[in-house]
Structures are given as C-alpha cells and as structure tokens.
Design a protein around this ligand. Sequence first.
Ligand SMILES: NC(=O)c1ccc[n+]([C@@H]2O[C@H](COP(=O)([O-])OP(=O)(O)OC[C@H]3O[C@@H](n4cnc5c(N)ncnc54)[C@H](OP(=O)(O)O)[C@@H]3O)[C@@H](O)[C@H]2O)c1
Length: 390
Amino acid sequence: MAADRTYHIVLFGATGFTGGLTAEYLARHAPAGLRWAIAGRNPDKLAGVRDRLAAIEPALAGLPLLTADVTDPASLRAVAADARVVASTVGPFIHHGEPLVAACAAAGTDYLDITGEPEFVDLMYVRHHAEAVRSGARLVHACGFDSVPHDLGVWFTVKQLPADVPITVDGYVRVGAKFSAGTYHSALTAFSRTRQTSQAARERRAAEPRPTDRRVRIGPGKLGRSRDLPVWAVPLPTIDPQVIRRSAAARPEYGPDFRYRHFAAIKRLSTVLMAGAGLGAVTGLVKLPPTRRWLFGRLASGQGPSAEQRAKSWFRIRYVGTGGGQRVRTEVAGGDPGYDETAKILAESALCLALDDLPPTSGQLTPVTAMGDALLHRLTTAGITFRLLE
Ligand SMILES: NC(=O)c1ccc[n+]([C@@H]2O[C@H](COP(=O)([O-])OP(=O)(O)OC[C@H]3O[C@@H](n4cnc5c(N)ncnc54)[C@H](OP(=O)(O)O)[C@@H]3O)[C@@H](O)[C@H]2O)c1
C-alpha cells in the first residue's frame, strides 16, 4: 500500500537547522526520479528553504511544500497518507513528536526521526508499536548521530567475531563539535525530566517481551583509566546503549550472552571533572523555574554552528570486542557529528527505507533491525568510515 504513495520521502522540520541541512543533502544526493517534498508549519519559511535548494539544484524550484503543524493532527494525517517515509527533525520530540508517530503508525507509513530522548522512544513503544505492527509501518527513532554510528558500529564489530559465542563490546566515543539551539533545548528538556524518563522506561519494561534463550546486558561501566586506550573512560548515559541493547535482543548475530558498555573517551582528568561539575550544575538549575527560563532563553530555535565550525568538527568511536578467544578493535569515524553527519545519516536512512530491498519488519525498530547492512553500505559510500583496526 505505502509503495503507491505520492512521495517517496517527506522531510518534516525542513525550516529548522538540522532539517535544512538534511534538505540540502537530499538536494545534492537524491537519485534521479526521487519524489520528495518538504513539510513544516510556516509556508513562507518553507518557500525560503526551497529557494536555497533551487540554488543547489534548479529543478527543485518546483519542489512540493506541505503545510503541517504538530498541533493539527489532520495536517499530519495528510502528510502520512501521501508518503512512503516521513523523516522528522521537529524536536524536542517529547513535546512535538508523538502526533506524527501516531499518524504514521495508523497509515502504515515508515517514520524516522533524530531524537536522542529515551523517554520519548519508550513512550512511543508503549503507545504505538502494536499499531505499527498491525499497519506495517516501520518506526525508527534515533537516526542521527544518536544512535546510528553506535548501533551500526557495534553490529560491524560483532560481525568480526566468531558466531554463537558470548561477546563483550566496549565503545569509546570522542567528539570535537559544537551544538545547535535545538539540541541544547532537547538536552535541557531531558535533564528536567529524569523522573518521567524512569517512569517511561518502567512502562516499557512491563510491556516489551525479552529474549528467553539469550542474555543481553548493557553498561553501566566504571569511571577510570581505560585498559584499552590512553584515555579516561567515563560512563556515557546517552540513548545509544539502549538502542544497541534492542538490536542485540532482536538479532542472533550478537550471540548467546552479549554485553555492551558505553564510554566517553576523555584525555585529561581536569576535563572529566569540569564536565561532571557543569552537568551537575545544569541538571540542578533546569529543575527550578526561574533558572530553567534563563537556561532555555540563551539560544533561539534555528541557530547552530556555522559551516566553518562544522568543517572543523569530527567524531571517532573506538570499539573493543571480545568473544570466542578473539579480540578485535574497530573504528567508526566521520565529520561534524551533530549536523552534517546527522543530516547525511537521516537522509540516507530515508532513502534506504524508501528505496532499498530490506527484510520485512514493522513496529518500533532500531537502525540495525530495520536497515542493517543496507544502511552500513550507504553510509560507507557517503564517507562515514567503519573499519577493522586489528
Ligand atoms: N540525534 C542527533 O544526533 C541529533 C542531531 C541534531 C539534532 N537533533 C535533534 O533534532 C531536533 C531539532 O534540532 P534543530 O537544531 O534542527 O532545531 P531547530 O532549528 O529549533 O528546528 C526545530 C524545527 O521544528 C519545527 N517546529 C517547532 N514547532 C513546530 C510545530 N508546532 N509544528 C511543526 N513544526 C514545528 C520548527 O519550525 P519553525 O521553523 O516553523 O519554527 C523547526 O523546523 C532537536 O530535538 C535536537 O535535539 C538530534
């Protein structure tokens, strides 16, 4: 049914910082014949984005513009009914995300986003997974830097090790980059909702079946000098290990007993201490209304690092995997993680779901369980490296 839709891909949030970069990526890299459109709540801003895209590729002067607002469910139903895949960059997702997930789950439309908010992903599982299984929709959250390089990086590492043996993987993330207003607001929102996040995780645990014949564990890992690299290993409680745990629970390739730990790799102890103090202060301040207002007011929506700043940004994730008496080291690396690479990852994920021949799946999925090797191939071709070091 979704194969007959007007558009292969609709990009929702194209007027925002990351959405705009994703639209530009599609303008440069979409294959001939791709039917796509951009969507947002403000038609004038959408027309401005289209002008920018037409400067890249003149044929895009006629790109369709769809007006849709998260506060107007009928407008989202119309977008979902017309598309094979809807990719959204409209965050914070806990505030803006659910109506589009609901519309896609009901219409059998594939849905992608770039959330890094565990509370949102857990609630969407509890509320919309069953409907998406029924309709055939694939709901794939966290299709940006959170969590595709991590999820695919562990998948790639596991495949370098023998099959059917217990496997342990440690991931060490290093990033040199700046962040956008949207990321800042979403992070503050998540810090202010720790109680709700735990509650959503409990609801999900009660609803989601677990494998009975295999064991899958994540983190937390201990802060200390790494045994594998010349860095401090700092446990990193992002959404990534949760996504990796779900991929491992779904796929037998991760072996009968899989364990993953996720760390930030930091060179100097002084940086670890400063980051810890900064994070502690923000987590406290964001819970008090006057300081919360002050923190949120510091950056306006739509702002983000300049092209020059992004050109100097980078990420590198090292994995150390052991299993069956073997030990491997792998690396995933690329450019600006938050925006240039996130735009690339989201756009390639949308192309992958819309055009590639993938195993049949439905419901809430991870990048690995929905797209696996097809997405790995696309991202490698697009310049993100996945390599075996030894
Ligand atoms: N996973 C990752 O690695 C990753 C990387 C980057 C960003 N992100 C996440 O992506 C999200 C966006 O970040 P950003 O920097 O691009 O933010 P942004 O520039 O503030 O863009 C937000 C977008 O949401 C739209 N929007 C807001 N309210 C809306 C509504 N009621 N109806 C329809 N559209 C609405 C805005 O439209 P208007 O232009 O009309 O205001 C804009 O297009 C954030 O949640 C951020 O955390 C994740």
